[in-house]
Design a protein around this ligand. Structure first.
Ligand SMILES: *Cc1c(COP(=O)(O)O)cnc(C)c1O
Length: 360
């Protein structure tokens, strides 16, 4: 009996190892970790592996994922990375700490926290140049002054997020700026900010090169824990596993065919007019062995897949992935293994067609 395909095989011990190795590395300079679970839809077994590895918090951008983990009785401090005003009531119910940048949202959180007689903890995100979420540094003092009037909210820290939209690096200067802002806010308002969350998996190079982490004492890591790499250069981090996730899909056709389409070119399934260039020297091989794998654009981001053996991905449609078999012969019915990048992992985990199989 063949195992179900397509499937993702998830090696929990490797995720735990990555979380532990990173917790120890960053812990050397007093930096705690939030394990970010959004790429795996808040899968409870993966959150548990991160917690066993030593992360102090589980962070997710989706409230539904946090609720899923809570329902599975995962015990951790839950952090919501993206807060929407329409979800304010549920945020107060299910989340310990939320990241915020808007007063309207904070007023709603304050309202529902009051209804439930709760104090809700918040981290204010500062815009440091990447132009995704954040309060402009010039506006932070007035902003905090207004938040301090909301009695059910407690500002526990500041944070920033870089290398996500604008591709701006979290470097020494940015981290110093966040530290300086922290000191200034504490002084001005006579409050203490115990949690300064300096970034994500892109902060590795900064950490390795800095002599002084300043006030930064927390990072939010998804990709580093799950895929074992940093995200500025896309390099593997020493001693981490980079193959904790493996996608396996089935060969459904294997034939010798021409290496280029033949006939008059019109549009493909997505409305594009394709252009093909042979990768073979002219006249060398106009026929080659090709395989079709039962996996497509509807399942995952194909551009982020890399086959584990010497095969070349030629392209894909919604349900078919085309391979140049090179020197291999792939029999119909066999599984082909792929490594995934972050985008492919995120989409594959979201596909209802791909089975998730855990390996202890
Ligand atoms: C997704 C996300 C992270 C985690 O990013 P990685 O690159 O996977 O480490 C951290 N912070 C915020 C605000 C995020 O949205």
């Amino acid at each position: 009996m063949n195992a179900f395909m397509p499937r993702i095989e998830i090696t929990l011990s490797q995720i735990e190892h990555n979380a532990r190795t990173l917790s120890e590395l960053y812990g050397q300079q007093g930096i705690s970790l939030m394990g970010v679970s959004k790429a795996v839809l808040g899968e409870p077994l993966i959150a548990e592996a991160m917690i066993r590895g030593g992360v102090k918090f589980i962070a997710d951008s989706r409230l539904e994922n946090i609720q899923r983990m809570r329902n599975a009785r995962i015990s951790a401090q839950f952090v919501l990375l993206r807060t929407a005003p329409s979800q304010a009531e549920s945020v107060i119910e299910s989340v310990d700490i939320s990241l915020n940048t808007e007063l309207d949202t904070l007023e709603k959180l304050n309202y529902y926290a009051a209804c439930r007689n709760k104090i809700h903890q918040i981290i204010l995100m500062v815009e440091m140049g990447d132009l995704r979420e954040g309060i402009m540094p010039d506006d932070i003092f007035l902003f905090i002054k207004q938040v301090l009037d909301l009695p059910q909210l407690k500002i526990i820290g500041l944070g920033c997020n870089l290398a996500c939209y604008g591709g701006i690096k979290p470097d020494e200067q940015k981290m110093r700026q966040l530290s300086a802002l922290t000191d200034a806010v504490e002084k001005r308002f006579q409050i203490s900010l115990p949690l300064i969350s300096g970034g994500n998996s892109a902060n590795y190079e900064w950490y390795k090169s800095t002599k002084n982490v300043g006030r930064i004492n927390n990072l939010r890591l998804g990709e580093s824990i799950l895929l074992g790499c940093e995200t500025v250069q896309g390099q593997a981090i020493p001693k981490l596993h980079t193959n904790a996730f493996k996608l396996i899909a089935e060969v459904i056709e294997s034939k010798v065919k021409p290496s280029l389409p033949f006939g008059e070119i019109g549009r493909d399934a997505f409305g594009n007019i394709p252009v093909f260039r042979s990768t073979y020297p002219k006249g060398d091989r106009d026929r080659h062995r090709r395989a079709i794998v039962a996996l497509g654009k509807q399942d995952t981001l194909i551009s982020g897949l890399s086959p584990n053996q010497d095969l070349k991905i030629l392209g894909s449609s919604s349900d078919h992935l085309l391979l140049d078999c090179k020197n291999s012969y792939l029999k119909v019915g066999v599984g082909v293994n792929f490594n995934l990048d972050y985008g492919s992992l995120l989409t594959a985990m979201t596909s209802p067609f791909i089975k998730k199989q855990f390996i202890q």
